[in-house]
Ligand binder design. Structure first.
Ligand SMILES: *Cc1c(COP(=O)(O)O)cnc(C)c1O
Length: 380
C-alpha cells in the first residue's frame, strides 16, 4: 500500500462489529470478560479499541511493528526515558524541543541520569560523546527553531555499532516527509499535537518501535505509568491523520512559495529552511526527506522589530505551536524559547530578531500579501 492509501486504510480503519467506516469512540473504562483473562480488552488504560486503531495506524505509517498513544508528546517522551535507570547516560541533540530540555534538566537528572548535549549533525562529536554508560542517542531533525538537519541513517549506524538505542522525535517532519525506522532508528516519537493531528484541536503523543521486545517494554511502561490517550482524542487524532498527505502537499507548496518570497525580501538578513540550496544541511535533507517541511525561520535585518512585524500579520496567526492547517508565527526569543537564559540562547544561535513561521495551507496569495503588508509596515 502506498503512504496516502495507508492513511485511509492502514491500521484498523473500520469497526469490525458494525462495519462503520469511522472507528467508534469506545467510552468504556472496563470490558466484560466471559471467561477470566480471555477478552481482547480488560481495562482502558491497558487497551481501548479506539486508541488501538490510532496506535496500529501510526505503526503502519512509520513502518514499525508497535504503536502507542499518549495524552501528550511530553508524556510519550517521558515514557521513552522510563526505559532507563539511574546512572545511564544519553547523547541529546543541542537544539531539541524546549520541553524536552525541561524534562531532562528538572526531572530526569534528579533520577540520576546524565546527558551530553551535542550538535548531532557532527557525527564525530556524536561518536566522541559515547561512554560505557551511554544507553541512547536522542535527537530531532529538523530541529526547532533553526531547522538543522541530522543524517538519520548515519546516527542510527553509530548507535548500532556501539550497542545503544537511537531515538528520534519526528514531530517537525511527520511520517509523510521522513520515516526514521526505515533508516535504522529504534524508536520514533511524535507530538501528534502538531502535523499528525493537524488542526490545532488535540494534544497527543505517539511512540513507534520495530523490535518486538522493545515494543513489549514500551507497552509495559505505557500501562504502568498510565499517561494514555483518551478515546475521544484518539478518534480525533485518527480523523486528523487521514488527510496528512493532502495537507502536507499543500504545506510544502506554500512553504516553497514563502521561502522564495523571503529570499527576495531585502529586510530579511538570514533564512533557515532545509530546502534552501545555500543551507549547509541541504544535501542531507534532500537525501532523507520527501519534501523539505513547512517550517521556516528567518531573521530581520538588525534594528527591525520582530514583535512589531508579527503583530502586524492578519492572516498568519501569532501563536505558539506548529503543524496546523492555519499558518502560525512566533518570536522564539520571547515565546517558545523565552525560558532559556539569553546568553545560552544566543550561544545556540537563537537571536532576538529570529521569527519562526509554520506555513499553513491557506491560499498562497493571501499568505504572501500578509507578509508583504507586515514588511511594508516595518519599512514605513
Ligand atoms: C510540541 C512538541 C513536543 C511536546 O509535545 P506536546 O504534545 O505539546 O506535549 C515535543 N517535541 C516537539 C518537537 C514538539 O514540537
Amino acid at each position: 500500500m502506498e503512504f496516502g492509501t495507508k492513511l485511509i486504510h492502514g491500521g484498523i480503519s473500520e469497526d469490525e462489529f458494525t462495519g462503520a467506516t469511522s472507528i467508534p469512540i469506545y467510552m468504556a473504562s472496563t470490558f466484560h470478560q466471559n471467561k477470566i483473562g480471555e477478552g481482547k480488552y480488560e481495562y482502558s488504560r491497558s487497551g481501548n479499541p479506539t486508541r488501538e486503531a490510532v496506535e496500529k495506524l501510526i505503526a503502519d505509517l512509520e513502518g514499525g511493528n508497535d504503536g502507542f498513544a499518549f495524552a501528550s508528546g511530553s508524556a510519550a517522551i517521558n515514557t521513552v526515558f522510563s526505559l532507563f535507570s539511574a546512572g545511564d547516560h544519553f547523547i541529546v541533540g543541542n537544539d531539541v524541543y524546549g520541553g524536552t530540555f525541561r524534562l531532562i534538566n528538572s526531572v530526569l537528572k534528579r533520577f540520576g541520569m546524565t546527558f551530553t548535549i551535542v550538535d548531532t549533525r557532527d557525527l564525530e562529536a556524536v561518536k566522541q560523546a559515547i561512554t560505557p554508560e551511554t544507553k541512547a542517542i536522542y535527537l530531532e531533525t529538523p530541529t526547532n527553531p533553526l531547522l538543522r538537519v541530522t543524517d538519520i541513517a548515519a546516527v542510527a549506524d553509530i548507535a548500532k555499532q556501539h550497542g545503544v538505542l537511537s531515538i528520534i522525535d519526528n514531530t517537525f517532519a511527520s511520517p509523510y516527509i521522513q520515516r526514521p525506522i526505515e533508516l535504522g532508528v529504534d524508536i520514533v516519537l511524535h507530538s501528534a499535537s502538531k502535523y499528525l493531528g493537524g488542526h490545532s484541536d488535540v494534544i497527543a503523543g505517539l511512540i513507534v518501535t520495530k523490535d518486538p521486545e522493545l515494543g513489549e517494554q514500551i507497552g509495559f511502561l505505557q500501562n504502568a505509568i498510565g499517561g494514555v490517550l483518551a478515546p475521544q482524542e484518539s478518534w480525533l487524532l485518527q480523523r486528523g491523520i487521514k488527510t496528512l498527505s493532502l495537507r502536507m502537499q499543500a504545506h510544502l507548496k506554500n512553504a516553497q512559495a514563502v521561502f522564495d518570497y523571503l529570499n527576495k525580501q531585502p529586510m530579511v538578513s538570514k533564512i533557515y529552511y532545509p530546502g534552501d540550496p545555500e543551507n549547509p544541511d541541504y544535501e542531507v535533507a534532500k537525501k532523507q526527506m520527501h519534501g523539505f517541511g513547512a517550517m521556516i525561520s528567518f531573521e530581520l535585518k538588525p534594528g527591525l522589530d520582530p514583535k512589531a512585524f508579527v503583530e502586524q500579520l492578519r492572516v498568519i496567526t501569532l501563536a505558539e505551536s506548529l503543524g496546523a492547517i492555519e499558518s502560525l508565527v512566533e518570536v522564539p526569543a520571547v515565546m517558545t524559547h523565552g525560558a532559556i537564559p539569553r546568553d545560552i540562547r544566543l550561544q545556540n544561535g537563537i537571536k532576538d530578531e529570529l521569527i519562526r513561521l509554520s506555513v499553513g495551507i491557506e491560499d498562497q496569495a493571501d499568505l504572501l500579501a500578509d507578509l508583504a503588508h507586515a514588511f511594508q509596515y516595518l519599512g514605513d
